[in-house]
Design a protein around this ligand. Structure first.
Ligand SMILES: NC(=O)c1ccc[n+]([C@@H]2O[C@H](COP(=O)([O-])OP(=O)(O)OC[C@H]3O[C@@H](n4cnc5c(N)ncnc54)[C@H](OP(=O)(O)O)[C@@H]3O)[C@@H](O)[C@H]2O)c1
Length: 314
Protein backbone atom coordinates (compact mmCIF):
# COMPACT_ATOMS: atom_id res chain seq x y z
CA UNK A 1 0.00 0.00 0.00
CA UNK A 2 1.32 3.49 -0.75
CA UNK A 3 0.41 7.15 -1.07
CA UNK A 4 -2.73 8.47 0.62
CA UNK A 5 -3.64 4.98 1.91
CA UNK A 6 -0.79 5.32 4.37
CA UNK A 7 -1.86 8.74 5.65
CA UNK A 8 -3.89 9.30 8.79
CA UNK A 9 -5.39 12.06 10.89
CA UNK A 10 -3.42 12.79 14.06
CA UNK A 11 -3.43 15.45 16.73
CA UNK A 12 0.01 16.99 17.06
CA UNK A 13 1.58 20.01 18.69
CA UNK A 14 4.44 21.81 17.00
CA UNK A 15 5.36 23.97 19.99
CA UNK A 16 4.71 23.79 23.72
CA UNK A 17 1.83 25.89 24.96
CA UNK A 18 -1.84 26.09 25.92
CA UNK A 19 -4.50 23.79 24.37
CA UNK A 20 -4.68 25.96 21.25
CA UNK A 21 -1.32 24.56 20.08
CA UNK A 22 -3.02 21.21 19.32
CA UNK A 23 -3.50 20.68 15.58
CA UNK A 24 -5.35 18.03 13.62
CA UNK A 25 -2.81 17.15 10.92
CA UNK A 26 -2.62 14.63 8.12
CA UNK A 27 0.55 12.60 8.57
CA UNK A 28 2.08 9.25 7.66
CA UNK A 29 1.05 6.26 9.70
CA UNK A 30 3.71 5.29 12.26
CA UNK A 31 6.11 2.44 11.52
CA UNK A 32 5.82 -0.56 13.77
CA UNK A 33 9.07 -1.08 15.73
CA UNK A 34 10.53 -4.19 17.31
CA UNK A 35 8.04 -6.01 19.55
CA UNK A 36 5.26 -3.63 18.52
CA UNK A 37 1.89 -3.90 16.84
CA UNK A 38 0.14 -1.22 14.82
CA UNK A 39 -3.33 -0.47 16.17
CA UNK A 40 -6.18 1.24 14.36
CA UNK A 41 -7.34 3.43 17.21
CA UNK A 42 -11.05 3.64 17.97
CA UNK A 43 -10.89 5.50 21.29
CA UNK A 44 -8.13 7.23 23.25
CA UNK A 45 -8.04 8.35 26.88
CA UNK A 46 -7.03 11.89 27.88
CA UNK A 47 -4.67 11.80 30.86
CA UNK A 48 -3.29 14.74 32.85
CA UNK A 49 0.21 13.67 31.76
CA UNK A 50 -0.85 14.50 28.17
CA UNK A 51 -1.43 18.17 28.90
CA UNK A 52 1.60 18.28 31.20
CA UNK A 53 3.65 17.19 28.17
CA UNK A 54 1.84 19.66 25.87
CA UNK A 55 2.32 22.64 28.19
CA UNK A 56 6.07 22.03 28.41
CA UNK A 57 6.08 21.59 32.19
CA UNK A 58 7.85 18.20 31.82
CA UNK A 59 10.30 19.25 29.15
CA UNK A 60 13.28 19.54 31.55
CA UNK A 61 13.00 15.82 32.49
CA UNK A 62 11.32 14.42 29.38
CA UNK A 63 12.03 16.56 26.33
CA UNK A 64 10.00 15.67 23.25
CA UNK A 65 10.87 15.81 19.61
CA UNK A 66 8.33 18.21 18.04
CA UNK A 67 5.89 17.96 16.39
CA UNK A 68 4.65 15.29 18.75
CA UNK A 69 1.55 13.06 18.78
CA UNK A 70 0.17 12.69 22.31
CA UNK A 71 -1.76 9.84 23.84
CA UNK A 72 -1.05 6.75 25.96
CA UNK A 73 -4.46 5.13 26.56
CA UNK A 74 -5.89 3.40 23.52
CA UNK A 75 -8.43 0.84 22.38
CA UNK A 76 -8.76 -0.36 18.81
CA UNK A 77 -8.07 -3.10 16.27
CA UNK A 78 -4.71 -4.66 15.45
CA UNK A 79 -3.81 -3.63 11.92
CA UNK A 80 -0.24 -4.96 11.58
CA UNK A 81 1.70 -7.46 13.64
CA UNK A 82 5.14 -9.02 13.24
CA UNK A 83 6.60 -12.34 14.41
CA UNK A 84 8.21 -10.59 17.37
CA UNK A 85 4.82 -9.49 18.81
CA UNK A 86 3.45 -12.79 20.03
CA UNK A 87 -0.15 -13.21 21.11
CA UNK A 88 -1.86 -10.96 18.57
CA UNK A 89 -3.26 -11.27 15.06
CA UNK A 90 -4.55 -8.70 12.58
CA UNK A 91 -8.16 -7.87 13.46
CA UNK A 92 -7.84 -8.52 17.21
CA UNK A 93 -9.62 -5.95 19.36
CA UNK A 94 -7.16 -4.70 21.96
CA UNK A 95 -6.66 -2.06 24.61
CA UNK A 96 -3.65 -0.81 26.51
CA UNK A 97 -0.87 1.71 26.51
CA UNK A 98 0.47 2.91 23.19
CA UNK A 99 2.49 5.77 21.76
CA UNK A 100 0.63 8.53 19.93
CA UNK A 101 -2.93 7.38 20.65
CA UNK A 102 -4.49 10.70 19.53
CA UNK A 103 -4.38 9.41 15.97
CA UNK A 104 -6.09 6.95 13.64
CA UNK A 105 -3.12 4.57 13.95
CA UNK A 106 -0.69 4.15 16.82
CA UNK A 107 2.04 1.72 17.78
CA UNK A 108 2.05 -0.25 21.02
CA UNK A 109 4.47 -2.74 22.54
CA UNK A 110 2.83 -6.15 22.52
CA UNK A 111 3.45 -6.52 26.27
CA UNK A 112 1.64 -3.22 26.94
CA UNK A 113 -1.69 -4.24 25.39
CA UNK A 114 -4.23 -7.01 25.98
CA UNK A 115 -7.21 -8.54 24.23
CA UNK A 116 -10.36 -6.45 24.74
CA UNK A 117 -13.26 -8.54 25.99
CA UNK A 118 -16.34 -8.26 23.76
CA UNK A 119 -18.35 -7.03 26.72
CA UNK A 120 -16.35 -3.77 26.81
CA UNK A 121 -16.86 -1.00 24.29
CA UNK A 122 -13.75 0.65 22.87
CA UNK A 123 -14.54 3.77 24.95
CA UNK A 124 -14.82 1.74 28.14
CA UNK A 125 -11.60 -0.15 27.42
CA UNK A 126 -9.69 3.09 26.77
CA UNK A 127 -10.47 4.27 30.33
CA UNK A 128 -8.53 1.40 31.91
CA UNK A 129 -4.84 1.36 30.95
CA UNK A 130 -3.13 4.31 32.69
CA UNK A 131 -5.73 4.79 35.44
CA UNK A 132 -6.27 1.10 36.14
CA UNK A 133 -2.64 0.07 36.04
CA UNK A 134 -1.67 3.00 38.30
CA UNK A 135 -4.41 2.14 40.80
CA UNK A 136 -3.59 -1.59 40.70
CA UNK A 137 0.16 -1.17 41.01
CA UNK A 138 -0.11 1.58 43.62
CA UNK A 139 -2.54 -0.30 45.85
CA UNK A 140 -1.46 -3.90 45.51
CA UNK A 141 2.23 -3.93 44.56
CA UNK A 142 3.50 -0.66 46.09
CA UNK A 143 1.32 -0.53 49.22
CA UNK A 144 0.49 -4.25 49.56
CA UNK A 145 -3.12 -3.41 50.42
CA UNK A 146 -4.90 -6.27 52.19
CA UNK A 147 -8.45 -7.15 53.10
CA UNK A 148 -9.63 -5.38 56.24
CA UNK A 149 -7.16 -2.50 55.96
CA UNK A 150 -8.27 1.13 55.90
CA UNK A 151 -7.65 2.85 52.56
CA UNK A 152 -7.97 6.58 51.87
CA UNK A 153 -8.20 7.56 48.19
CA UNK A 154 -7.74 11.25 47.44
CA UNK A 155 -9.54 12.23 44.25
CA UNK A 156 -12.09 9.38 44.37
CA UNK A 157 -13.98 10.60 41.29
CA UNK A 158 -10.98 10.85 38.97
CA UNK A 159 -9.58 8.63 36.25
CA UNK A 160 -7.21 6.94 38.72
CA UNK A 161 -9.16 7.45 41.96
CA UNK A 162 -12.48 6.10 40.67
CA UNK A 163 -10.85 2.81 39.75
CA UNK A 164 -8.82 2.76 42.99
CA UNK A 165 -11.99 3.07 45.09
CA UNK A 166 -13.50 0.07 43.29
CA UNK A 167 -10.31 -2.01 43.46
CA UNK A 168 -9.95 -1.26 47.18
CA UNK A 169 -13.52 -2.36 47.75
CA UNK A 170 -12.98 -5.52 45.68
CA UNK A 171 -9.91 -6.34 47.82
CA UNK A 172 -12.02 -6.08 50.97
CA UNK A 173 -10.52 -2.87 52.34
CA UNK A 174 -12.52 -0.22 54.22
CA UNK A 175 -12.50 2.52 51.60
CA UNK A 176 -12.63 6.23 52.43
CA UNK A 177 -12.52 8.70 49.53
CA UNK A 178 -12.31 12.46 49.18
CA UNK A 179 -14.20 14.35 46.50
CA UNK A 180 -16.17 17.55 45.91
CA UNK A 181 -19.88 17.98 46.66
CA UNK A 182 -21.10 17.23 43.13
CA UNK A 183 -19.32 13.86 43.06
CA UNK A 184 -20.33 12.49 46.47
CA UNK A 185 -23.11 10.21 45.21
CA UNK A 186 -20.97 9.12 42.27
CA UNK A 187 -18.08 8.06 44.53
CA UNK A 188 -20.45 6.34 46.93
CA UNK A 189 -21.89 4.39 43.99
CA UNK A 190 -18.38 3.06 43.30
CA UNK A 191 -18.39 1.33 46.68
CA UNK A 192 -16.68 3.80 49.03
CA UNK A 193 -17.64 3.12 52.66
CA UNK A 194 -17.07 6.76 53.62
CA UNK A 195 -16.97 9.81 51.37
CA UNK A 196 -15.49 13.09 52.60
CA UNK A 197 -16.57 16.27 50.81
CA UNK A 198 -13.31 18.21 50.74
CA UNK A 199 -15.11 21.45 50.01
CA UNK A 200 -17.16 21.16 53.22
CA UNK A 201 -14.68 19.70 55.72
CA UNK A 202 -11.06 18.86 56.28
CA UNK A 203 -10.54 15.12 55.89
CA UNK A 204 -7.87 15.05 58.60
CA UNK A 205 -10.42 16.16 61.19
CA UNK A 206 -12.41 12.93 60.86
CA UNK A 207 -10.19 10.31 59.23
CA UNK A 208 -7.59 8.39 61.24
CA UNK A 209 -5.69 5.08 61.54
CA UNK A 210 -5.39 4.67 57.80
CA UNK A 211 -3.12 1.90 56.51
CA UNK A 212 -2.80 3.17 52.92
CA UNK A 213 -3.31 6.61 51.37
CA UNK A 214 -3.47 6.71 47.58
CA UNK A 215 -2.93 10.37 46.76
CA UNK A 216 -3.94 11.48 43.26
CA UNK A 217 -4.18 15.18 44.24
CA UNK A 218 -0.85 16.20 45.78
CA UNK A 219 0.36 19.51 47.26
CA UNK A 220 -1.34 20.52 50.47
CA UNK A 221 -3.44 17.31 50.42
CA UNK A 222 -0.25 15.23 50.69
CA UNK A 223 1.05 17.34 53.54
CA UNK A 224 -2.21 17.01 55.50
CA UNK A 225 -2.28 13.24 54.95
CA UNK A 226 0.71 12.20 57.06
CA UNK A 227 -1.22 12.51 60.30
CA UNK A 228 -4.16 10.32 59.21
CA UNK A 229 -1.87 7.32 58.73
CA UNK A 230 -1.30 4.81 61.49
CA UNK A 231 2.36 4.23 62.41
CA UNK A 232 3.97 2.12 59.69
CA UNK A 233 1.27 3.02 57.16
CA UNK A 234 2.11 4.15 53.65
CA UNK A 235 1.28 7.13 51.45
CA UNK A 236 1.48 6.25 47.76
CA UNK A 237 1.71 9.37 45.66
CA UNK A 238 0.57 9.52 42.05
CA UNK A 239 0.55 13.32 42.03
CA UNK A 240 3.89 14.56 43.26
CA UNK A 241 7.37 13.58 44.29
CA UNK A 242 7.45 11.26 47.32
CA UNK A 243 8.91 12.99 50.40
CA UNK A 244 10.68 10.27 52.43
CA UNK A 245 11.99 12.73 55.02
CA UNK A 246 8.44 13.93 55.83
CA UNK A 247 7.22 10.34 56.00
CA UNK A 248 10.02 9.44 58.41
CA UNK A 249 9.13 12.35 60.69
CA UNK A 250 5.63 10.88 61.01
CA UNK A 251 6.73 7.26 61.40
CA UNK A 252 5.17 6.23 58.11
CA UNK A 253 6.39 5.23 54.64
CA UNK A 254 5.93 6.78 51.22
CA UNK A 255 6.48 5.89 47.57
CA UNK A 256 5.59 7.00 44.09
CA UNK A 257 3.91 4.59 41.69
CA UNK A 258 6.71 2.99 39.69
CA UNK A 259 6.08 1.67 36.19
CA UNK A 260 5.29 -2.07 36.35
CA UNK A 261 7.70 -4.33 34.44
CA UNK A 262 4.86 -5.58 32.20
CA UNK A 263 1.35 -4.25 32.08
CA UNK A 264 -0.42 -6.94 30.04
CA UNK A 265 -1.05 -9.19 33.09
CA UNK A 266 -2.61 -6.23 34.93
CA UNK A 267 -4.75 -5.28 31.92
CA UNK A 268 -5.95 -8.91 31.74
CA UNK A 269 -6.95 -8.82 35.41
CA UNK A 270 -8.71 -5.49 35.05
CA UNK A 271 -10.63 -6.77 32.03
CA UNK A 272 -11.62 -9.95 33.91
CA UNK A 273 -12.92 -7.86 36.81
CA UNK A 274 -14.99 -5.76 34.43
CA UNK A 275 -16.45 -8.86 32.77
CA UNK A 276 -17.28 -10.28 36.24
CA UNK A 277 -19.09 -7.05 37.13
CA UNK A 278 -16.58 -6.22 39.89
CA UNK A 279 -15.10 -3.14 38.21
CA UNK A 280 -16.96 -0.45 36.30
CA UNK A 281 -15.02 1.43 33.61
CA UNK A 282 -15.68 5.13 34.13
CA UNK A 283 -16.20 6.91 30.82
CA UNK A 284 -16.15 10.64 31.46
CA UNK A 285 -16.84 13.38 28.91
CA UNK A 286 -16.45 12.30 25.26
CA UNK A 287 -15.07 14.44 22.46
CA UNK A 288 -14.48 13.74 18.76
CA UNK A 289 -10.76 13.75 17.88
CA UNK A 290 -11.16 17.13 16.17
CA UNK A 291 -12.32 18.65 19.48
CA UNK A 292 -9.20 17.69 21.37
CA UNK A 293 -8.62 21.29 22.44
CA UNK A 294 -11.87 21.25 24.42
CA UNK A 295 -10.97 17.83 25.85
CA UNK A 296 -7.68 19.21 27.16
CA UNK A 297 -9.38 22.27 28.63
CA UNK A 298 -11.81 19.94 30.45
CA UNK A 299 -9.01 17.73 31.77
CA UNK A 300 -7.00 20.72 32.93
CA UNK A 301 -9.76 21.85 35.27
CA UNK A 302 -8.65 18.94 37.50
CA UNK A 303 -12.27 18.13 38.30
CA UNK A 304 -13.05 15.30 35.91
CA UNK A 305 -15.36 12.39 36.64
CA UNK A 306 -13.86 9.21 35.21
CA UNK A 307 -11.61 9.30 32.15
CA UNK A 308 -12.18 11.81 29.33
CA UNK A 309 -12.36 9.98 26.01
CA UNK A 310 -11.48 11.00 22.46
CA UNK A 311 -13.58 9.22 19.84
CA UNK A 312 -11.01 8.63 17.14
CA UNK A 313 -12.74 6.52 14.47
CA UNK A 314 -15.91 4.46 13.97
N1 LIG B 1 2.09 6.65 37.42
C1 LIG B 1 1.71 7.75 37.98
O1 LIG B 1 2.36 8.21 38.90
C2 LIG B 1 0.45 8.44 37.54
C3 LIG B 1 -0.44 7.79 36.68
C4 LIG B 1 -1.66 8.40 36.36
C5 LIG B 1 -1.94 9.67 36.85
N2 LIG B 1 -1.03 10.31 37.61
C6 LIG B 1 -1.31 11.66 38.16
O2 LIG B 1 -2.37 11.54 39.12
C7 LIG B 1 -3.14 12.73 39.11
C8 LIG B 1 -4.62 12.38 38.92
O3 LIG B 1 -4.80 11.77 37.65
P1 LIG B 1 -6.26 11.42 37.13
O4 LIG B 1 -6.09 10.87 35.80
O5 LIG B 1 -7.00 10.66 38.16
O6 LIG B 1 -6.89 12.91 37.04
P2 LIG B 1 -8.41 13.35 36.84
O7 LIG B 1 -9.14 12.28 36.12
O8 LIG B 1 -8.37 14.72 36.31
O9 LIG B 1 -9.02 13.37 38.31
C9 LIG B 1 -8.61 14.28 39.28
C10 LIG B 1 -9.65 14.21 40.40
O10 LIG B 1 -9.15 14.92 41.54
C11 LIG B 1 -10.27 15.42 42.25
N3 LIG B 1 -9.84 16.52 43.09
C12 LIG B 1 -9.38 17.75 42.72
N4 LIG B 1 -9.00 18.44 43.83
C13 LIG B 1 -9.21 17.62 44.90
C14 LIG B 1 -9.00 17.74 46.31
N5 LIG B 1 -8.51 18.85 46.84
N6 LIG B 1 -9.30 16.68 47.10
C15 LIG B 1 -9.80 15.54 46.57
N7 LIG B 1 -10.04 15.37 45.25
C16 LIG B 1 -9.74 16.40 44.43
C17 LIG B 1 -11.28 15.81 41.19
O11 LIG B 1 -12.59 15.58 41.69
P3 LIG B 1 -13.56 16.77 42.12
O12 LIG B 1 -14.19 17.26 40.83
O13 LIG B 1 -14.54 16.09 43.01
O14 LIG B 1 -12.73 17.83 42.74
C18 LIG B 1 -10.99 14.84 40.04
O15 LIG B 1 -11.95 13.83 39.95
C19 LIG B 1 -2.57 13.60 37.99
O16 LIG B 1 -1.65 14.52 38.57
C20 LIG B 1 -1.83 12.62 37.12
O17 LIG B 1 -0.79 13.22 36.37
C21 LIG B 1 0.15 9.71 37.98
Amino acid sequence: MAGSDRLMRAVRFHEYGDPSVLRLDEVSRPQRGEGEVLVQVRAAGVNPIDWKFRSGQLRAFMPLELPHILGLDLAGTVSEVGPDAAGFAVGDEVFGRGQGAYAEYATALAHSIAQKPEALSFEQAATLPVGGVTAWWGLFETAGLESGQRLLVHGGAGGVGGLAVQLGRWKGAHVIATTSTRNIDFVRSLGADEVVDYSASRFEDGVHDVDVVLDTVGGDVTERSWRVLRKGGILVSAAGMPQPERAEQHGVRTSGVQAPPAIRPILDQLAALVVDGKLKPLVGERFPLAEVEAAHRASETGHGRGRIILEVSD
